[in-house]
Design a protein around this ligand. Structure first.
Ligand code: ATP
Ligand code: ZN
Length: 291
């Protein structure tokens, strides 16, 4: 399916308008790709790289990438799996996190086994069928394109499978989430069709930059003052990538220490540093990082 002219630009599929759009565009901007207004056009040229974005419905992305109409795509793992698309998954991106779950009416049996012979409404028939088959439960799958959560109340179905992040929509519709059948996040996917050397290089560069961008988002730059004699203890506390920078201060016996810490350990590290004698501890976000 080649509906667009071939191009030398690396063509990346992005959801036109939905939950993934802004986060994906922000990620691309964050790794240094500049674009004209992406809301006005379907095909948007990157101003500083040989890249163009094709803005389409998320459901179409796996197929466009499989067919090589787009070289790369940003799309939910759920969509790729539902499509059973023949593409390469380059990496998970940590946003658009959600799960495909089975939900049942609050009143009634909450056992999956009791769904045998019952009707299950879903927008994800492939993943749903695979799940019930794997459990050996024979169900009747009804495919709906949207508003699945209302199906039990309309007596169209006995249960549903739907994407959930907070669970608020299910609750509001009198449903209870009983089982996760697929965990999802946004993924960067690549076509399995051969790429030109230039496109392949650019893809590697984009991946590397995403790596740096993600690392930076998960790290904090911290600066503090401390007495010189506290330095060995502080070095022990800081699970730093490399040794921290230690600079003498005008104050006798005092030093300034600069380093990077993973966000996950940040609060523990801060408290331990204070105990070790550090003062004036300042934390800064990091825009990007190449390690
Ligand atoms: P389109 O018009 O592009 O087809 P859509 O309505 O199918 O849009 P969205 O609701 O924007 O799609 O969801 C896009 C993706 O966002 C989902 O496929 C999923 O990967 C992810 N997502 C994250 N959280 C949720 C959630 N709570 N509900 C639905 N999708 C979610
Ligand atoms: Zn969609």
């Amino acid at each position: 399916m080649r509906t667009l002219d071939s191009t030398t630009s690396l063509r990346i599929a992005v959801q036109k308008s939905g939950r993934l759009t802004d986060k994906t565009i922000n990620l691309l901007k964050g790794i240094g790709l500049n674009f004209d207004d992406y809301k006005r056009s379907l095909l948007v040229k990157c101003l500083n790289f040989d890249v163009e974005l094709l803005l389409i419905r998320d459901d179409d992305i796996p197929e466009y990438v499989e067919d090589g109409v787009c070289d790369l795509g940003f799309v939910g793992a759920n969509t790729v799996a539902e499509d059973e698309a023949d593409v390469s998954i380059l990496r998970g991106l940590g946003y658009g996190v959600c799960r495909l779950s089975i939900a049942l009416p609050k009143n009634g049996s909450h056992k999956i086994e009791d769904l045998a012979g019952k009707k299950i409404a879903t927008s994800y028939p492939v993943l749903t069928k695979k799940y019930f088959e794997s459990k050996g439960i024979d169900v009747n799958i009804i495919t709906l394109s949207g508003s699945v959560e209302i199906a039990p109340r309309l007596e169209i179905a006995d249960a549903i499978t739907d994407l959930v992040s907070t669970g608020g929509t299910l609750k509001a519709n009198g449903l209870i989430e009983v089982e996760t059948i697929f965990d999802s996040e946004t993924q960067l996917i690549q076509t399995n069709k051969p790429l030109s050397e230039g496109k392949q290089k650019l893809t590697e560069k984009i991946l590397q930059r995403i790596e740096g961008y993600k690392k930076a988002a998960e790290s904090r730059y911290i600066m503090m003052n401390a007495p010189q004699e506290a330095v060995p203890k502080i070095k022990e506390i800081i699970p730093s990538l490399k040794s921290p920078t230690v600079m003498p201060l005008a104050d006798n016996g005092m030093v300034a220490i600069h380093t990077v810490v993973p966000l996950t350990t940040f609060w523990d590290v801060m408290e331990n540093l204070k105990e070790a004698g550090a003062t004036g501890i300042v934390m800064l976000p990091i825009e990007s990082m190449i390690v």
